[in-house]
Design a protein around this ligand. Structure first.
Ligand code: ATP
Ligand code: MG
Length: 656
């Protein structure tokens, strides 16, 4: 026992205070390290076995310790000094106020995946740093991972005194504890270990932290070795409900039997872990509103129908949410996950060396690219379907995007179909279609055509409430589910279009105001919805409701079948109703109306000429003239033609 003793003398000494714990090599003590007047607490590890009296081993110990002293990293326990005390070597390392992960695990059973990701990143950074210096840890395990009270993970016991080979480990002093984390190549006694060996152990550690169990259990060290070499680890998905599949795949990859199949290095693993976190974070913050919006007042499912499990899983994967624990029910999600992981394991086994590729983004990104390259909605839908069939329940930005493409394309297809049917007056739904939803949609479209937008809003809400659960799905691969889901998606799109109408009238009014103020020419293209809307509003302001109604009619016809311009159609319908046609097409009142404006323009011109310094008067006059010219240039009526001519002349007399 060293407690109470002083090792060394004078300015360079250790005062041993108490035992911190002990492991295979001996005990670890808390000591105060006095060095040239300063005092630091250290963990003093006395190496009891293997080296005593062995000069060669002692020399190796010294050599190795000197290398390890150079390791300075926030996630590596610093090695302060080494020495011998009565021919027994010791190492003095940074004292960590915290506890090793094996103890933490003992207390808590297992850790949440978010926490595991954080610690794993610390660990990978430490490993990358050491590996870059050519140092392999060789004994990665929870007891060598100290967690500080600040939540920083620190890797300790780097390679020191671990030049013990397999034969030593299988000997009397060996611990099954160490064997549980050893890579297959380590188990085989490979002398040329690479960083990949540490990555394997990392995989085992992550596995254990997440599940609370080691992937392999064995009675003897040799049995354990055989399992590392031959056995596939049991799937994690079965044990950890909310585990992101990307994280699970990463762990499987780390535990690959062949070093070549494992990730390249710690830095790569950090990137993957960041992705796992980002996926989760973006999903959380983006919220996938439609999916996560579980409101208490949401309408009841009319027929009480159940969603297809696969599609529910899809939604859940995108939400990154734990399956709602509803009183012990069978968990199809896991079954599916199992199938998937089993597939991956098979793949890993089958494609030595190349297996890695199957798990890495390329195939997914290839499918995503096909999606981006597709130009027609049909092609986009097809590409997105392909992507989602393979990667649909792997959460991530790409999957979210694929889901968006899928949903948009499927929605559009359905919307176009409904519009066509409406235009063709096919009021009777197909047998395969849901009658109730179809009827509500039909009423909504009729309300829209009649400019009764608030009624339309009501009817689309009714459509949406028909299959409320399916409506929340980000995508649906099964036909029956899709048939229901897209009713909700179409309704969502229609409701969004209705909301855009108010904004449109606002922006159009602003454009008109600005163009008048700065005397900017108004757009005239007959195929530009905005140009037509501007004209409609100007005619309304002029007092020519009849002519405005015709322009709104023109806009409605132009945009009726175009789902991208739906909001213009709705605006047109709304304004068309507000500006009904008169019996004679306004023929009687129009010349008088235009004349009234010409008189007003002439009066304004007189004032403008009297005050040439008042620029605004000039602008006002020219605008009055411009309305007459722009809006009535197309008239065949002789009187109106005359007024247009006068308006042009008046405008020319006003000083600029
Ligand atoms: P192994 O000998 O295989 O590494 P082990 O990691 O279980 O096994 P030790 O490394 O000897 O055992 O550590 C024993 C205990 O000492 C640890 O569980 C921990 O509680 C304590 N300890 C080790 N290093 C430090 C340190 N740097 N600071 C504080 N406590 C430490
Ligand atoms: Mg240790």
């Amino acid at each position: 026992m060293l407690v109470g003793q002083t090792i060394g003398t004078g300015a360079y000494r250790f005062e041993v205070e108490r035992e911190l714990g002990s492991g295979a090599m001996g005990a670890v003590y808390l000591a105060q390290f006095h060095r040239d007047g300063s005092v630091v607490p250290v963990a003093l590890k006395v190496v009891l076995m293997g080296l005593h009296g062995n000069e060669g081993a002692m020399a190796r110990f010294e050599r190795e310790a000197n290398i390890l002293k150079q390791l300075k990293h926030p996630h590596i326990v610093r090695l302060h000094a080494t020495g011998t005390y009565r021919k027994t070597p010791f190492i003095a390392m940074e004292y960590i106020d915290g506890e090793p992960l094996d103890k933490l695990l003992g207390r808590r059973g297992r850790l949440g995946w978010e926490e595991v990701v954080v610690y794993s990143k610390h660990l990978c950074e430490a490993l990358q740093y050491a590996h870059d210096k050519g140092i392999i840890h060789r004994d990665l395990k929870p007891s060598n991972l100290m967690l500080t009270s600040e939540g920083d993970l620190k890797l300790t016991d780097f390679g020191i005194a671990k030049d013990t080979d397999v034969t030593a480990l299988t000997g009397a002093n060996s611990t099954i504890g160490t064997a549980a984390y050893m890579s297959p190549e380590q188990c085989r006694g490979d002398k040329n270990l690479t960083n990949k060996s540490d990555l394997y152990s990392l995989g085992i550690v992550m596995y254990e932290l997440l599940t609370g169990r080691k992937p392999f259990m064995a009675e003897t060290t040799v049995d354990m070795f055989l399992k590392h070499v031959n056995d596939e680890p049991p799937r994690i998905g079965k044990q950890v409900a909310d585990l992101p599949s990307k994280l699970e795949m990463l762990i499987l990859q780390l535990m690959a039997k062949h070093p070549d199949e494992r990730p390249t290095d710690g830095a790569w693993v950090v990137r993957m872990l960041n992705e796992v976190e980002e996926d989760f974070f973006t999903r959380k913050s983006a919220g996938l509103a439609a999916v996560t919006n579980r409101r208490a007042d949401r309408p009841r499912n009319f027929d009480g129908s159940k969603l297809d499990d696969e599609d529910k899983d899809a939604a859940r994967a995108l939400r990154g949410k734990k399956k709602k624990t509803k009183k012990k029910e069978v968990v199809p999600f896991f079954q599916k996950q199992e199938v998937k992981i089993a597939g991956i394991v098979l793949l890993l086994a089958a494609m030595l060396g190349g297996a890695f590729i199957a798990l890495k983004p390329p195939s997914a990104s290839k499918l995503a690219k096909a999606m981006d390259d597709a130009s027609t909605p049909e092609d986009k839908l097809e590409a997105a379907t392909k992507y989602l069939e393979r990667h649909g329940d792997t959460p991530g930005e790409m999957t979210d995007r694929a889901a968006t493409v899928f949903r948009d394309a499927a929605t559009r297809k359905r919307e176009d179909q409904l519009t066509k049917r409406f235009v063709n007056k096919m009021q009777k739904p197909d047998d395969a279609d849901d009658k109730e939803a179809y009827e509500a949609a039909w009423q909504a479209m009729e309300a829209e055509r009649n400019g009764l937008l608030s009624f339309a809003d009501e009817f689309w809400k009714k459509v949406k409430a028909r299959f409320p659960e399916e409506a929340k799905l980000p995508f649906a691969l099964k036909d029956e589910v899709l048939a229901k889901a897209r009713w909700g998606w179409v309704a969502d799109k229609k409701l969004a279009d209705l909301r855009k109408v108010a904004a449109l009238s606002g922006t159009t009014a602003a454009t008109i105001k600005k163009n008048r103020q700065f005397e900017i020419a108004f757009p005239t293209e007959q195929t530009n919805p905005e140009a037509l809307a501007i004209r409609g509003y100007r005619l309304e302001a002029f007092g020519d409701g009849d002519k405005a109604g015709r322009v709104w009619e023109q806009l409605a016809t132009l945009t009726e079948k175009d789902s991208d311009k739906r909001e213009w159609y709705l605006l047109a319908c709304q304004q068309r109703v507000a500006n009904p046609k008169s019996a004679d097409g306004g023929a009687k009142m129009r010349p008088a109306l235009v004349e009234k404006h010409v008189v007003a323009a002439r009066d304004a011109a007189a004032i403008a000429k009297a005050s040439p310094d008042d620029r605004l008067k000039g602008i006002e006059t020219r605008n009055l003239c411009r309305e007459i010219v722009d809006l009535y240039d197309d008239e065949a009526d002789a009187a109106i033609k005359g007024f247009v001519k006068q308006a042009k002349e008046i405008a020319a007399t006003v000083p600029k």
